[in-house]
Design a protein around this ligand. Structure first.
Ligand code: NFA
Length: 101
């Protein structure tokens, strides 16, 4: 009986690039009410009250705070939607994005 060669002579190592993650950053301002910032964080980033409040206070005290990381498209869409929610209510609330190192 002929033998079947089961052992591969060469292996192919698939090179899959992991998509780079992008941070969504909440930027402090002097006008947007704290409670409004918390409401946007809860609605757009699905945060609970406690985390949303902590992120808001950190941005308030330090000038900015990383909200979360996503693939680029998702980060940009969420930052835009959250910024627009502020603008619709007449506030200068700003969310930006930047690539993770
Ligand atoms: N600094 C704002 C205030 O005192 C609150 C705020 C926090 C705004 C985080 C934007 C980002 N009302």
């Amino acid at each position: 009986m002929a033998e079947i060669e089961l052992k591969p002579r060469q292996t192919v190592k698939p090179k899959v690039e992991r998509p780079k993650l992008h941070k969504v950053i909440l930027v402090n301002d002097d006008f947007t009410p704290r409670e409004f910032v918390v409401r946007v964080l809860k609605a757009e980033f699905r945060m609970g009250e406690d985390l949303a409040h902590r992120v808001m206070v950190t941005a308030h005290q330090k000038g900015s705070c990383v909200v979360a990381v996503f693939t680029r498209d998702v980060a940009e869409t969420k930052a835009t939607r959250a910024t627009e929610a502020g603008r619709r209510a007449g506030y200068p609330l700003l969310f930006t994005t930047e690539p993770e190192e």
